[in-house]
Design a protein. Structure first.
Length: 502
């Protein structure tokens, strides 16, 4: 495509046809239409890709308008193609393009391109009609209360779902293109007066700097633009919910909607946002605050519980009650493996069941997970491979991960859990403590576009403690008058700090 960027459209229509035929050789779904219009019968040439255009738009508003209504014009205009655009093309989005790179990009995204004899430019006519599955129901971020709609694979539909919720002229949308071959459209959405200018610019620069063949999913784009790629903890947030994306935009964050994927990217982020569910804001604050605290506690247990069990039973059994210690010791008499091997066996079994449940069809996946866990656990105990307490520890750890509403954070916790297990197995409670400190140090070192990852729990010059109202608790809305740290300081307030009263 590098040559095409500098290759200007020819004035002679035959030269344009020859170059297009060369580039689209053996592309049998490229439709090419020759026709004549006007009193002098000027030669015209229309091209488009079949099955990604609206043939009714082409037939009714392009071909019919030109071949019938323009038939009487005398063609005495110096700029005849521009005259046709202004007089006869009854389509809202028609623009001039001058290079073959623009021609090929237009055709491959579903637009039609119109050439004319004697004109050194062409007209790009909006005729897109990509197949898509409509607005689906949310599957990975399910809520009891709140909207049920979710993003689909069509970027234009996803942008509309956000605009439907934010009806503000200051909601800006920049259209970027990623991938030399895929030419994937990425829509960058933000509130002009709320989002930090330096954050918007850095995101845009990172995307424009990408030099890659293709990007097919938001997860791929996320890996290219995140800062510390080696961290197991996510530095950007993926969501399939338009309401969540719209709420993030009003907070001053930026949303990237990638074509061909039903997940949008929200950035910047903090660790705190991964514990927030969309449902938190549709129910009463007291109830949702209790749920938030439970999620934080579950995340801590998911990381630490298995390692703590290994450290105590292997090196420090004196810290547990004597009766429980005797029961654990008696059940270990027939087990041939050390405790750490038992735990790793059960953790591995639950990981396999988790992956199997994802790959299996939905009607049987939950059944296989439950039945498989019961059968494997009971069989392992009866065979003397593990003790019953280890089965309980592994199952409890797995259940704790299901409480966390973000799958990317769950993956990071699952990786960190094995670090805690290994250090606890070698060094006991000292290793357990060191592993948690190492994980904390790593999380503290992370930043998402200059926003501290542990904010608001890490204090700094940007902190005024207002973000604690939407952290491990969710304060009532009339108490959360300020926007989070993501917004410009000049747009800190989003509401007055008072309740509506009769």
């Amino acid at each position: 495509m590098d040559k095409d960027k500098s290759m200007h459209i020819f004035k002679k229509l035959s030269d344009n046809k020859a170059y297009i035929d060369q580039k689209f050789n053996n592309v049998q779904d490229l439709i090419k239409r020759d026709f004549k219009i006007g009193g002098n019968e000027t030669d015209m040439y229309l091209i488009y890709i079949d099955n990604i255009v609206s043939t009714s738009i082409i037939g009714d508003f392009v071909m019919t308008s030109l071949m019938l209504r323009a038939d009487a014009c005398e063609n005495k205009k110096q700029d005849f193609l521009n005259y046709v655009r202004e007089k006869y093309l009854s389509i809202g989005e028609v623009s001039k393009i001058y290079t073959f790179s623009e021609v090929f990009s237009a055709v491959l995204i579903g637009d039609s391109v119109l050439f004319s004899e004697g004109c050194d430019y062409a007209l790009q006519v909006s005729t897109k009609l990509w197949p898509y599955r409509g607005v689906p129901k949310a599957e990975t971020e399910v809520v009891v209360e709140g909207p049920k709609d979710a993003f689909c694979e069509a970027v234009s539909i996803n942008v509309v779902l956000v605009r439907r919720r934010i009806r503000d002229t200051r909601l800006k949308m920049k259209r970027l293109t990623v991938g030399r071959r895929s030419r994937t459209i990425v829509s960058l959405l933000y509130l002009e007066d709320v989002a930090r200018d330096e954050v918007v610019k850095e995101i845009e620069d990172r995307i424009n700097a990408l030099d890659i063949d293709a990007v097919f999913d938001s997860g791929q784009l996320q890996q290219f633009i995140e800062h510390k790629w080696y961290s197991p903890f996510p530095q950007m947030q993926l969501t399939e919910r338009p309401d969540k994306a719209a709420a993030a935009i009003t907070e001053g964050r930026v949303v990237l909607i990638v074509d061909n994927t039903p997940f949008a990217i929200i950035l910047p982020v903090t660790l705190n946002v991964f514990f927030q569910s969309a449902e938190d804001y549709y129910d009463r604050s007291v109830i949702m605050s209790a749920m938030r605290i439970m999620r934080y506690f579950a995340a801590f247990l998911a990381i630490s519980f298995s390692g703590l069990y290994i450290a105590i039973t292997t090196y420090s059994p004196y810290v547990i009650p004597t009766s429980l210690c005797l029961k654990i010791a008696s059940s270990r008499e027939i087990v041939p493996f050390p405790t750490v091997v038992e735990v790793l066996l059960m953790e591995g079994a639950f990981e396999l069941l988790r992956e199997a449940g994802i790959r299996l069809p939905a009607p049987v996946s939950s059944t296989i997970g439950i039945v498989g866990g019961i059968i494997i656990g009971q069989a392992a105990v009866q065979a003397g491979l593990v003790q019953p307490v280890v089965v309980i520890v592994g199952a409890f750890t797995a259940i704790c991960t299901f409480v966390i509403p973000n799958n990317a954070l769950v993956s990071g916790i699952r990786i960190s859990k094995y670090i805690v297990i290994l250090l606890s197995a070698f060094f006991g409670l000292y290793g357990f403590t060191i592993s948690l400190i190492l994980i904390l140090i790593h999380i503290t070192s992370l930043k998402s576009f200059d926003i501290p990852y542990l904010f608001p729990y890490s204090f700094g010059p940007k902190d005024d403690l207002s973000d604690f109202k939407d952290s491990f608790i969710r304060a009532p809305f009339f108490k959360m008058a300020k926007r989070p740290i993501f917004a410009k300081p000049s747009q800190k307030y989003r509401s007055s700090n008072r309740r509506g009263k009769k």
